[in-house]
Write a protein that binds this ligand. Structure first.
Ligand code: UD1
Ligand code: CA
Length: 475
């Protein structure tokens, strides 16, 4: 149910300079989704009366994401005055005049915070009507870069000092500001007007509102979060990989508890949108990415990457790289297969060792076991493609299709020069370059007859090891 007394402000206007990236910081992927998408999903789950996202840097690209993930959010453009305080000030100015509730401020770069933790936090704030603001704090192992919570002699919360502005004593404080706050609207509005840019970074700090509220005699509280990793902020790529590893550990554990065997959680990566059935086994070095789904009993890995793939019940996919591929029930893939988009393998089929497939529909029970390229092709059911076969789909101008029927047996080292059709039950000889369609049930061969020139080595290569071996041979 919509919380009519809650407005959420999502801060996403910062430049993200510490990322040193041409990709906007908040668009760097984390478990397969942009950083900001995690935050927008959390904001959405809280179902507030108003959501405002503040943008400036890379405005258009982020606006598109917000419109997709959180369409109910109002967008506010931050002006040239920098700082989290200015961002909140402009957002507050955009709230409807009749709104009079609590304002939750969250950061676009604090992605692991979940809706349940925030709901508890809002509740903690609302427990005492006289509290003007509540700050989420934490005790992480590495406090570098975070604002510190400064408490008075009696332990009560006094103010926040930014890392860059802090004295050595203040930097020694181990309680940090998570960058997440609930404010009573009127108290917030009053103090925002007094913010200055008088600090090391020349920004309007939202954190200064806390000190100002205290100076004005208001009560503020800092509520520590039990698990510091929930409020990890991402400013640089080291924090990005730390946060990704933590989130992955949580995701992997979740699947383990849901009945998935993960042999080596440290080398197994599962994106947030992937789904795995119970009794799936993931072997070391496996990445289940995007919207990949894996059905029960399938064994994936070791050393396998699957992006947006669909793996059927009981299938085995070993040492494989796959994108947008569908693998049937009981089928086997790999080791060392490369499945490109449009690969579809039927039940009990096989794509074997050193095989590359693209736009290839391979029917039930059909096999491409060794050293082949299958592109722009359809293979019927229960056919066997010989070792070392190439589907020559490209004539230098266009990609052409090949259609192989059912119960076909093709010899080793064939080239199918597309466009081509091979009828049901047909055979081809080893080494055939198939340039013409083959009728059902026919045998196609086009290799020249073999000629053995007896004695050629001893005559033309006298004195070589080959010639000696030949002369000593009993044949
Ligand atoms: C901020 C807090 C710090 C806290 C930390 C927690 C301030 C002044 N400091 O520091 O106390 O420990 O978060 O992670 O608030 N943003 C804007 N407009 C701006 C600047 C930033 O919208 O002008 C947004 C950013 O896009 C980001 C968030 O605000 O999502 C935080 O900004 P960032 O510059 O990362 O602040 P920190 O230095 O991490
Ligand atoms: Ca930050």
């Amino acid at each position: 149910m919509t919380d009519s007394r809650l407005a959420i402000i999502v801060l996403a206007a910062g430049q993200g300079t510490r990322m040193k990236s041409s990709l906007p910081k908040l668009m760097h992927p984390l478990a397969g989704l942009p950083i900001i998408s995690h935050v927008l999903a959390t904001a959405r789950a809280l179902d507030a009366a108003h959501v405002i996202t503040v943008l400036r840097h890379e405005r258009e690209r982020l606006a598109e994401l917000v419109a997709f993930d959180l369409p109910e959010s109002l967008l506010v453009d931050q002006d040239e005055v920098p700082g989290t305080g200015r961002a909140v000030q402009q957002a507050v100015d955009s709230l409807p005049a009749d709104f009079d509730g609590d304002v939750l401020v969250i950061s676009g770069d604090v992605p692991l915070l979940n809706a349940a933790t925030l709901a508890n936090f809002i509740e903690a704030h609302r427990e005492r009507a006289e509290v003007a603001a509540t700050v989420l704090s934490a005790f992480p192992t590495d406090v570098t870069g975070y604002g510190r919570i400064i408490r008075g002699d009696d332990g009560s919360f006094d103010r926040i000092v930014e890392h860059k502005d802090a004295s050595d004593d203040e930097r020694a404080v181990d309680e940090i500001n998570a960058g997440v706050y609930v404010f009573g609207l009127s108290a917030l509005r009053d103090q925002l007007a007094s913010l200055t840019t008088d600090n090391v970074q020349g920004e309007k700090y939202l954190t200064d509102v806390i000190g100002l509220l205290r100076a004005a005699g208001s009560e503020v509280r800092a509520v520590p979060v039990a698990d510091a990793w929930l409020v990890a902020g991402i400013n640089d790529r080291a924090q990005l990989s730390d946060t990704a590893a933590k989130l992955n550990a949580v995701i992997v554990r979740g699947w383990q508890l849901a009945g998935v065997t993960v042999q080596d959680p440290a080398t197994t990566w599962i994106d947030l949108k992937a789904t795995l059935a119970n009794d799936v086994t993931l072997l070391p070095g496996t990445q289940i990415l995007g919207s990949t789904t894996v059905a029960t009993g399938a064994i994936i890995g070791p050393d396998t990457t699957l992006l947006d793939c669909e793996i059927g019940e009981g299938a085995t996919v070993k040492r494989t790289d796959g994108t947008l591929a569908v693998i049937g029930v009981g089928a086997t893939v790999g080791p060392f297969a490369y499945l490109r988009p449009g690969t579809w393998l039927g039940a009990d089929g096989k794509i074997g060792t050193f095989v590359e497939t693209k736009n290839a529909v391979i029917g039930e029970g059909s096999k491409v076991p060794h050293l082949s390229y299958v592109g722009d092709a359809t293979v019927g059911v229960h056919s066997n493609i010989g070792a070392g076969t190439i589907f020559a789909n490209y004539d230098g101008v266009t990609k052409n299709p090949s259609v192989i029927g059912s119960h076909v047996r093709t010899g080793s080292h064939n080239v199918f020069v597309a466009p081509i059709r091979i009828g049901d039950g047909a055979y081809t000889g080893a080494g055939t370059v198939v340039r013409k369609d083959v009728q059902a049930g026919a045998l196609a061969i086009n290799v020249a007859p073999q000629r053995n020139m007896v004695g050629w080595v001893e005559t033309n290569r006298p004195g070589t090891d080959a010639a000696t071996a030949a002369s000593q041979s009993g044949d």
